[in-house]
Structures are given as structure tokens and as C-alpha cells.
Design a protein around this ligand. Structure first.
Ligand code: DX5
Ligand code: ZN
Length: 217
């Protein structure tokens, strides 16, 4: 089976040493760098904003994968692109006019993704999936790093994979929350091809090696 791609989440990085941590990711086999933006409205937490993402972008040599856990995402898409976003993922639950938002992301030259919370079924994407570059399946409730993985995720990934095979075989299928080497192989077998990992990478004694082991599941 092909290798899984990995997108370490800087939410778990040391913000007092952000340059050092980004350089560590540059030297690793990470495929992307995952950027979690939280607004304290859509999710009960605030992460960081564009002054921080610009600082990350200054040092990052990997493509940036933005995960917007915010309302009014349309207002901030251009800022994401200015901060180097190659992928912009918005939440299904936070977008009233998802089709418009997806096409606005594409017009800005980025890849467009939609994230689903654990309670949102995959079939809601049926009429938009052909337009998407990526679907992100949340395997925890968004808002915090370090939470326990929700096992129902495997079944959702399988459903999504079978829909994608018919209408969008190149779809990136990303999974986010509680990812470790314990569940990575099963996530990959269930259909995920891009794994986000925050605390598992940054709290490990050798993050570069941990990223490598997540890719080789
Ligand atoms: C959670 C974020 C995740 C988070 C994952 O709301 O979307 O990207 O950083 O953290 P871990 O891997 O620690 O669950
Ligand atoms: Zn995320």
C-alpha cells in the first residue's frame, strides 16, 4: 500500500520557539504543515491569527494546509492565501453558502477542502464532492489538541472513500484528531491519505522520527 501523507499540526508546537519547530518540520518527511485557525465562536477556543501565520510562512518550506474552524470564513480567505495557504479547508457546519465559498477558494488559487464534525454524515457532501480537492474528517470535536480519537471515524472514511471513487478519485481524504501510530494504519486502510497529528508529533522525544513512522504505517 502507498505511503500516507502527514500534516503535523503546529497547534501543538512551542510558540515561543516557532522558528525552531518549523525548521524541524522542514527537515522532516512531513508533506504539509497543518495550521489550525479557531475563532472562539464556531469552536470554544481561540488559537492564533494572521501575524502568527505570516511568521510561520516566513520559515516554512512545506506547503501550508489551513483548517479554518471559524464563522465568516469568506472574509479571511485572502489573508490565508497571503500567508501561503496551499489548501484552505472550511467547515460544512459553519458555511451557509458552501458552494460559493469553495469556488472563492479556488479562484484565489488554493485547493479547497471541507471539514466534517464527528456528528455530520458524509452524505451531506454528495452534491459538492466533485468540486472539492479535499475532505477532512474530524476524529475529535474541533477546538483542542490532545483529545481522544473517536472510532466511528473508520466507518465514515470508508463511506467517503466509496463515494469519492465514483465521482472524484483524486480526492484528498484527511483525518484530524487523536492520530497516532496506533490508529494510523487502520485510518489509511479505511481511506485516509493525509493524516494530521499534533500532540503525537510534538510531544514525542523525536518528532522527525515520529513523522516518518506515521508515513510508513
Ligand atoms: C483540533 C484541531 C487539530 C489538532 C489535532 O481541533 O483541528 O488539528 O491540532 O491535535 P491532536 O493531534 O493532538 O489531536
Ligand atoms: Zn485541524
Amino acid at each position: 500500500m502507498s505511503k500516507c501523507m502527514v500534516s503535523p499540526s503546529v497547534l501543538a508546537a512551542d510558540f515561543a520557539n516557532i522558528q525552531r519547530d518549523i525548521e524541524m518540520l522542514n527537515s522532516s518527511e512531513a508533506d504539509y504543515i497543518h495550521i489550525d485557525i479557531m475563532d472562539g465562536v464556531f469552536v470554544p477556543n481561540i488559537s492564533f491569527g494572521f501575524p502568527v501565520t505570516q511568521a510561520i510562512n516566513k520559515h516554512a518550506k512545506k506547503p501550508l494546509d489551513f483548517h479554518l474552524m471559524i464563522e465568516n470564513a469568506d472574509k479571511y480567505l485572502e489573508e490565508c492565501v497571503k500567508s501561503g495557504a496551499e489548501i484552505i479547508t472550511v467547515h460544512f457546519e459553519a458555511c451557509d453558502h458552501l458552494h460559493r465559498t469553495i469556488h472563492a477558494i479556488k479562484e484565489l488559487g488554493a485547493k479547497a477542502g471541507v471539514a466534517l464534525n464527528p456528528h455530520t454524515p458524509v452524505h451531506v457532501l454528495e452534491d459538492i464532492i466533485a468540486d472539492l480537492d479535499l475532505v477532512l474528517i474530524m476524529s475529535v470535536n474541533p477546538g483542542f489538541g490532545g483529545q481522544a480519537f473517536i472510532p466511528q471515524t473508520y466507518a465514515k472514511l470508508k463511506k467517503l472513500k466509496s463515494i469519492a471513487e465514483k465521482v472524484n478519485p483524486g480526492l484528498l481524504i484527511e483525518v484530524d484528531g487523536g492520530v497516532t501510530t496506533e490508529n494510523a494504519a487502520q485510518l489509511h486502510q479505511s481511506g485516509a491519505n493525509l493524516l494530521v497529528a499534533g500532540s503525537f508529533v510534538f510531544k514525542s522525544s523525536d518528532p522527525v522520527q515520529t513523522i516518518k513512522s506515521l508515513k510508513n504505517v
